[in-house]
Design a protein around this ligand. Structure first.
Ligand SMILES: Cc1cc2nc3c(=O)[nH]c(=O)nc-3n(C[C@H](O)[C@H](O)[C@H](O)COP(=O)(O)OP(=O)(O)OC[C@H]3O[C@@H](n4cnc5c(N)ncnc54)[C@H](O)[C@@H]3O)c2cc1C
Length: 417
């Protein structure tokens, strides 16, 4: 016979210790609202998995303004622009000259290390390596999350609110019944073949390269480890490519006119599919979805991590209003407020993808039109400013003047030239 689960209680049960879940728990703790964060993965795995790397201005402001930005400022790199490369020539989009804003290159797993350290230092309750997670009674005012702790103890965690921050494969999204939601989905005919290589940086800033062979992105993760991607078939088998074939493909798409990639041993490779997805609404009863649990963007616009952070900044303000003032007003408008930014990011990510990727079905007209678009964008102040504004990120919605995040959000919103 199964033993009774151990009963536990918190105000916010957070499912997922990615950027969304950890940042939410961090912000709530600053406002005196307790939470428990659970994750299927072990802490070591979370702290070493390389994913995104570009932090928008608003994400940087939120981290530094809430005490988790010290390493980001010393070890991250401020990037004030990117290069768009086409027909072998680079043209720079100068974010800071155009918008007064910038981004930081600081890997996602370093953000997670900083958030985990801050939560543990503040006595936060983080449970790694849990299993058998399920969500219950979210349409009542007494929901719960059940899971098996890493030591095998079955736990029933009662709460007032469940934050579904468990990414695109988690249980939160599927806890919203199909007849209570609309799924917006778009699959792209391309994937990204990504590598990590032990080499010095090829460029001080990210290079987005358009070529007849397809798109390539030259990015970085540290002074000695570089991240590079090239457009491929989503069904491509990364394991079947030799290192020399990978470098030949990257060289053919990027090198020329004095620009040469710095090459080194390839230490990781893989293919990621490119998808756009949004669930509507981002809430079901007392279950609130944030980050990849609610939406997916193709990585071209570097928006996934930043959307996760902006979602929870909005959710935190709503939860503060709810717990401190007893009003559900901001919880009721959470989905509308967050999805306004989500759809801007969806458009930007789709637009960057369609502008820079080779479309196998495009005719000669389509290929030439794409070059006209890149020229118009890179040579026009208005076009470049649109890209710079979107890439560095729109202001995070400021809904609650009493919130712990109000000052950092206002600061980021006010940073106009
Ligand atoms: C392989 C990969 C590469 C990426 N590369 C880039 C990139 O180069 N550039 C870019 O801009 N973006 C990239 N992204 C996107 C970016 O990393 C995500 O948008 C970002 O991580 C979203 O944060 P999140 O907190 O919403 O979700 P996640 O980071 O996915 O975190 C969700 C957490 O929930 C946990 N979880 C899942 N299911 C459960 C469950 N049932 N119970 C408890 N916990 C659960 C997971 O273990 C995970 O730790 C990449 C994503 C992936 C998956």
């Amino acid at each position: 016979m199964n033993a009774e689960p151990l009963k536990a209680r918190t105000r916010v049960a957070v499912i997922g210790a990615g950027p969304a879940g950890l940042m939410l728990s961090h912000l709530l703790s600053l406002s005196g609202i307790d939470s428990v964060v659970i994750d299927l993965r072990e802490r070591a795995d979370i702290e070493t998995t390389l994913r995104a790397g570009i932090l928008e201005q608003g994400t940087v402001d939120l981290m530094t303004g809430t005490g988790v930005g010290a390493r980001l400022l010393t070890e991250g790199q401020r990037h004030e622009g990117i290069a768009i490369r086409s027909r072998g020539e680079s043209r720079r989009i100068d974010f800071t000259a155009l918008t007064g804003r910038a981004v930081h290159l600081y890997p996602q797993h370093e953000v997670l290390k900083d958030l985990i350290a801050a939560r543990l230092a503040a006595g936060g309750d983080l449970r790694f390596g849990v299993s058998e997670v399920s969500v219950h009674d979210v349409t009542t005012d007494a929901p719960s999350v059940r899971f098996t702790d890493a030591d095998g103890t079955r736990v029933e965690l009662s709460c007032a609110v469940v934050a579904g921050c468990d990414g695109s494969q988690g249980v939160s999204r599927t806890a919203v019944p199909e007849d209570a939601r609309t799924d917006y989905f778009h699959a792209y005919p391309h994937g990204w073949f990504g590598i990590l290589t032990e080499a010095p940086p090829s460029s001080d800033e990210l290079v987005y390269a358009h070529s007849e062979r397809g798109f390539a992105l030259i990015s970085s993760r540290s002074p000695s480890v570089q991240r590079m991607y090239f457009q491929c078939d989503p069904a491509e088998d990364a394991g079947s490519w030799s290192d020399e074939r990978i470098w030949a493909e990257l060289r053919a798409r990027v090198n020329g006119n004095g620009f040469e990639l710095e090459e080194g041993p390839i230490i990781q490779r893989g293919v990621i599919p490119m998808r756009s997805y949004v669930i509507d609404p981002m809430r079901h009863g007392r279950l609130f979805l944030a980050g990849d649990a609610a939406h997916t963007v193709p990585p071209t616009g570097a928006k996934g991590l930043n959307l996760a952070v902006s979602d929870v900044a909005v959710l935190c303000q709503a939860l503060e209003r709810f717990f401190h003032q007893g009003s559900t007003e901001l919880l009721d408008s959470y989905g509308r407020t967050a999805s306004d930014r989500v759809w801007r990011a969806q458009h930007f990510s789709w637009w960057m993808t369609s502008m820079l990727h080779a479309d196998a079905d495009a005719d000669a007209f389509g290929r030439r039109r794409q070059l006209g678009e890149i020229d118009q964008l890179t040579e026009s102040v208005a076009g470049s400013t649109y890209l710079a504004e979107a890439y560095t990120g729109w202001p995070i919605a400021h809904t609650n003047p009493d919130s712990v995040v109000a000052d950092t959000i206002t600061g980021s919103a006010d940073r106009t030239p």
